[in-house]
Design a protein around this ligand. Sequence first.
Ligand code: SF4
Ligand code: SF4
Length: 304
Amino acid sequence: MKEAAPISGDWLSSLINDFIATSPVNNMQNEPAEPAWDSALVGFASGVDPIWQQYKEYVGAFHWTPWEVFNQHRPEQNVSAEQLTVISWILPQRDKVRETNRRENRYPSEEWARIRVYGEEFNVALRNHVVSSLEKEGHAAVAPMLTLNWTIVKSERFSYASSWSERHAAYAAGLGTFGLCDGLITARGKAMRAGSVVARISIKPTPRPYSSHHAYCLFFADGTCGKCIDRCPARAITEAGHDKEKCRLHLARSREYVKKTYEFEGYGCGLCQTGVPCESIIPVKAAREALERGELPPMPPPLA
Ligand code: SF4
Ligand code: SF4
């Protein structure tokens, strides 16, 4: 590895968006070979942010801090948490993909199912690209979701959870807050996929422009909406939240439908991410307008 050159947030944002624009892997693998994604939102969180410890307490001790996952895989670096930055990105679903899924009421549209498989293949390539590009510049990096010991764990509180969550990394990096259905509502809505890399670089953290982890959801902001409850064909969403097991079973059932109807090995659902007010924007007007004005809440966000 060569001697480390300084890295900026702009450099990383360009790296990610250039890869989206030029990689042949960014492909839905359909007849017109349409791109899976058109651009990304990018944010940064410090490895020493207390939120990582809060996740351990809130999600479970099995949930890695950036320092834990980095040191498991790059122990020779002997870093402290202060030396690490989490790079997080959001890949918003394209208009056409959202529009087709909006019309569905039980299983995903072909476009949505293609993104779930081939769009995520691109997301894997993007994680690898960010890691290898940083390594070329002399900075060690790890993509937690691509590590061999990333796993899903039974959780008393959440039925099951994983050792690293892209949505939680994105929340920490100022990119969005959670909705009633557990999805992350970002500045470009909840219909999206997320990715992240932990790197030995120093980048100013992106401020979290929200006052709670539910600030962008209408149900929590003013007791209205609940549209994702009606959209869910598996009755996995109620006013009490998201039943992960019911959701998982529905996703498993979708495999047969996708194979029979669209003739490829895929799956998906995402009905709670489309045909809802948070599909492509922050639906809480005051929060959306405050973000557009660049305002920050007076207090750091509480997690629970
Ligand atoms: S559909 Fe409504 S209740 Fe559900 S997450 Fe979006 S804003 Fe919240
Ligand atoms: S992904 Fe589908 S099954 Fe799961 S909560 Fe959303 S609408 Fe329901």
